[in-house]
Design a protein around this ligand. Structure first.
Ligand SMILES: *Cc1c(COP(=O)(O)O)cnc(C)c1O
Length: 388
């Protein structure tokens, strides 16, 4: 065991079962360990380093801002935060943005917005939030309550009350649940990421959005993983032709620095007033400057490239030996392999490709601009491991 591994094992809390490699540095889609071994990065820190490791534009934006001011609190105006909010609203048609630091925090804010809207409009007993079975919304006690997977709940009772779960893609069940409760919001991931890279049915999403709109129930779309170009559209809901009231996002938005954002439609833009919510680091100038450099580059041309690379991955893997099925959208891909996913990921790592798992799938979240030749190299290695 090397020194770094030994120190980590002794002093870092035991919540992560790390792979036995120590990452040293990287560039773009290539990363090196402390022994100098090269890996192709098909996980991007779980969909975070949207344009790859230490990409120049993001790095320049961050370094430039670092040399001006790294933090000032939300008592004052700073340029990157304002610019980022404007950019997000212009690109989505949403009206206002609240900034936090993570996906869970973004969802916490989204839930607060929905509960306050419903309380103001219908009464404080309208607090129920409906989420889907097999969903994932975060690790705080409230977002765990939102997460529709029992095994996350067991050890941490009592969780925040007021959450109920219904099966994905069953609109009648959802409607029944919404009628049984005084419902404030319905919260969905368009593609269940941690749940196994499972896109929701278009019909279910459309009907759910219509039902929410007709009944003045807030529709929250959790775009923490699916957002910021990942699925071939700027946000995954855009693939479904719906207009959410609230969108939460994080992961890829910061390009590697912590940031979370809640996008508020015109209907809910003024639900939160002075003092109703806040965050010390939210809208931090350095994170925001990095995020501006990410969002500015997610244009139609890049999204077309994401779709083309997605098609290449699907075409290469569907029907390949040892591959049962391929799911997902854009560069958010789940592979059901004949062999257990964990073993495939380990073998790929040994052959120089870093992949993720999601439930029983091998999950790929490469950088949005991964060069085609590096992508092909990675896919060929994954195929050879699946076929072994
Ligand atoms: C990762 C994730 C979260 C939690 O984000 P954190 O930044 O880890 O708090 C929430 N929702 C979805 C869909 C995610 O994929």
């Amino acid at each position: 065991m090397s020194n770094i591994t030994a120190i980590d094992k002794e002093y870092v809390a035991n919540t992560y079962n790390r792979f036995p490699i120590e990452i040293s540095h990287g560039k773009g889609s290539e990363v090196f360990d402390t022994d100098g071994k090269r890996y192709i990065d098909m996980g991007t820190g779980i969909g975070v380093t949207a344009f790859g490791i230490s990409d120049d534009e993001w790095k320049n934006a961050v370094v430039e801002q670092l040399s001006k001011v790294q933090h000032m609190s939300n008592l004052y105006y700073t340029e990157p935060c304002a610019r980022l909010a404007k950019l997000i609203c212009e690109k989505t048609g949403m009206s206002k943005v609240f900034f936090g630091n993570s996906g869970a925090e973004a969802n916490e804010c989204a839930i607060k917005v929905a509960r306050k809207y419903a309380a103001d409009k219908k009464g404080s007993d309208y607090y129920t939030i409906i989420t889907l079975e097999n969903s994932f919304h975060g690790r705080t006690l409230t977002t765990l309550a939102a997460t529709g997977q029992e095994h996350y709940h067991e050890l941490f009772q009592p969780l925040t009350p007021g959450f109920v779960h219904t099966p994905a893609n069953d609109f009648e069940a959802l409607k029944k649940t919404a009628k049984q409760h005084k419902t404030a919001a319905i919260m969905i991931e368009c593609i269940q990421g941690e749940g196994g890279v499972i896109p929701l049915d278009a019909d279910f999403v459309k009907k759910t959005a219509e039902y929410a709109n007709e009944n003045d129930i807030i529709l929250i779309v959790d775009e923490v993983q699916t957002g910021n170009g990942r699925t071939g559209e700027l946000y995954a809901y855009m693939n479904y032709g719906i207009k959410p009231d609230v969108v939460s996002t994080a992961k890829g938005l910061g390009g590697g620095l912590p940031i979370g954002a809640v996008l508020l439609s015109a209907k809910v833009q003024n639900v939160l007033g002075f003092g109703d919510h806040g965050s010390t680091f939210g809208g931090n100038p350095v994170s925001s400057a990095g995020a501006v450099s990410i969002l500015e580059r997610i244009d139609d041309k890049l999204l077309e490239e994401v779709k083309a690379k997605s098609k290449y991955i699907f075409d290469s893997l569907i029907g390949a030996e040892g591959v049962e099925s391929v799911s997902g959208m854009g560069l958010m891909i789940g592979i059901k392999t004949k062999k257990p996913a964990g073993g495939v990921v380990k073998a790929c790592m040994e052959k120089g490709v870093l992949c993720l798992t999601a439930k029983d799938k091998v999950r790929l979240l490469p950088s949005l601009n991964i060069p085609q030749n590096i992508l092909e190299e990675a896919i060929n290695i994954i195929k050879s491991v699946c076929a072994e």
